[in-house]
Design a protein around this ligand. Structure first.
Ligand code: GLY
Length: 355
């Protein structure tokens, strides 16, 4: 069992990482809040796998528990789902001192966080992430939100959870493809803040290798994210480094209509492109793109994706655009990242030359 504290003054909270921790959820939760009723938001797949253990733990509190399940997938991250949650919450009698729990991956965490942030102008919530990607990234740091027709994550708020409970046992139920998807974000932390983590992952070389040191790997990623969030909670500067590989990653996801490549797969190739761009601009040490390619291959992530159509326009919608300039996240070497501002037009020309 490992614990980390995200120190954000009155919004501080613990991240507890351990095997089978869902079955002790109530114990940890009652240390940080004293609700009269609890709403659990999940999806139908996660509900069938992990809800019984959570319910068994919550039953010991004697409090009324209401479960709301959505269909798995990005389609549930919508304002329609938030509206359904408001209706359920008012029917259940939720008040400002009650509790909302997100049990699931990134979609459920983001949706539930946004719901909790806006219900009665803010109700405490706890994240219990069940995918690798949500355990190392989206459950920590307070970014919540939903998708709207204009784009992904365009409506949301910063709203920190009261607690993050990471049960590493939940990862056993993930398919290899979903595990690999999360590995892209794990490898990202190695690239941006920890050469030591990068080397350890390279040496582990496979899902089984990572599983042998899972708690340490998740701890290292959450610790890296904690430091960045503490420095820049509202994403106005340093937090941008968490977007390494994401500018071209989003372009790829959009170019394929969010159908062909998962977020992690798209970010994987995005990281290679960011490293190649950095090398071309003499910002990144030579050979870095090659090393990133090597590690991604070990985790069955794509290292070449063809881009056609007018993908260039997507760059202009990037949240890191400021006027005509784009803030690109580059690495000077493995484990050291920088934000490099350049005209978006030049970025596009350079990327076209290295595709
Ligand atoms: N996932 C990027 C961030 O939390 O800032």
């Amino acid at each position: 069992m490992k614990t980390l504290q995200v120190a954000l003054e009155d919004r501080s909270y613990d991240i507890v990482i351990g095997q089978g921790i869902i079955s002790q959820a109530a114990e940890y939760i009652l240390k940080v809040c004293k609700p009269q009723r609890i709403m659990v938001v999940t999806d139908t797949t996660v509900a069938s796998l992990h809800l019984p253990a959570l319910q068994a733990s919550l039953a010991a509190t004697g409090l009324p528990v209401q479960v709301v399940s959505f269909a798995p997938g990005e389609g549930s991250k919508s304002l329609k789902s938030v509206e359904k949650l408001y209706t359920e919450a008012f029917a259940f009698g939720m008040t400002r001192t009650d509790l909302v729990i997100a049990l699931g991956g990134g979609v459920i965490g983001d949706l539930t966080g946004f719901f909790a942030a806006t219900l009665l102008r803010g109700v405490p919530f706890v994240q219990i992430p069940t995918t690798l990607l949500s355990q190392v990234d989206s459950s920590v740091g307070g970014k919540t939100g939903v998708n709207v027709p204009a784009g992904k994550n365009l409506v949301g708020s910063f709203y920190q959870p009261k607690l993050v409970l990471i049960d590493t046992d939940t990862l056993q139920t993930l398919s290899d493809a979903i595990f690999s998807d999360g590995m892209a974000e794990v490898i990202k932390y190695g690239c941006i803040v920890s050469e030591k983590l990068f080397e350890a992952l390279l040496q582990a070389g496979s899902r089984r290798g990572v599983e042998a040191m899972l708690e340490d790997v998740i701890y290292a990623c959450c610790d890296a994210k904690r430091q960045v969030v503490e420095e820049d909670e509202l994403d106005t500067g340093r937090r941008m480094i968490l977007n390494f590989g994401h500018t071209m990653g989003h372009v790829i996801e959009k170019a394929y209509n969010f159908q062909k490549y998962t977020h992690g797969q798209a970010v994987a190739y995005g990281m290679i492109l960011a490293a190649r761009l950095g090398e071309k601009l003499s910002v990144t040490a030579e050979g870095t793109a090659e090393r990133i390619t090597e590690i991604l291959e070990k985790y069955h992530l794509p290292t070449d994706i063809s881009l056609t159509g007018d993908w260039q326009k997507t760059i202009l919608l990037d949240k890191k655009m400021q006027g005509k300039d784009l803030s690109c996240v580059l690495i000077s070497k493995l484990g050291t990242s920088i934000v490099h501002k350049m005209p978006a037009e030049e970025f596009v020309t350079e990327i076209e030359s290295i595709l």
